[in-house]
Design a binder for this molecule. Structure first.
Ligand SMILES: Cc1cc2nc3c(=O)[nH]c(=O)nc-3n(C[C@H](O)[C@H](O)[C@H](O)COP(=O)(O)O)c2cc1C
Length: 174
């Protein structure tokens, strides 16, 4: 089976440091899942790879011949995937606006009847768990019902390096 791992941050500015902590968390998911389930495939979806206009126009609102190529390619990936991992930071106790914006481009028919998993993180101590609560509603409406178990990573900058590997200090705390 094939799974998409959505990275939920486009933040390039600092502070707060480090910028786009989500890259580390999403890469960690890719590493761990690839290692644990070699019989399945996992693909990172980075919102920075998709040109999204300032004016919001969802995939399903375009005439078929006029859909931007990158948006159409992502729609096909979503439709063909068997499940999704949604990796989000917590911004003001809510899910990432970048992730919500990207997902809002696609109708629920592309996601329906396939499971999703919620992974949240933060630079602070709560690991994005308040964002995760709202994500359950969002993902249910999108048709990809989240599984019960969730992953929350507090102080993710102290847990993963830039490649998504567990930092030595973090693993020695276990
Ligand atoms: C606009 C904004 C709002 C934030 N709100 C929260 C919050 O509500 N709870 C929290 O734990 N961290 C919050 N943070 C800190 C983030 O957890 C931290 O900056 C993290 O690195 C964001 O992920 P990113 O770097 O992948 O964008 C906020 C950060 C920003 C930029």
């Amino acid at each position: 089976m094939h799974f998409l791992i959505f990275l939920g941050s486009v933040r390039t500015s600092t502070p707060p440091r480090p910028a786009r902590l989500g890259e580390r968390v999403a890469k960690a998911c890719l590493q761990v899942l690839g290692h644990a389930y070699p019989e399945h495939s996992f693909e990172l979806i980075d919102p920075l790879d998709y040109s999204q206009d300032a004016i919001f126009k969802p995939h399903f609102a375009y005439a078929k011949s006029k859909v931007p190529d990158d948006l159409d390619a992502l729609a096909q990936k979503i439709e063909q995937a068997h499940g999704y991992v949604m990796v989000s930071p917590e911004y003001n106790h809510s899910m990432s606006p970048a992730l919500a914006h990207l997902l809002n481009h696609f109708g629920s028919s592309l996601f329906s009847f396939k499971p999703s998993a919620i992974v949240t993180y933060s630079a602070g101590q709560w690991g994005g768990m308040r964002a995760a609560v709202g994500m359950r509603t969002f993902l249910s409406e999108l048709g990809c019902l989240p599984v019960s178990a969730m992953i929350h990573v507090p102080k993710a900058q102290e847990v993963f390096d830039e490649q998504g590997s567990v930092l030595a200090e973090a693993s020695s705390d276990q």
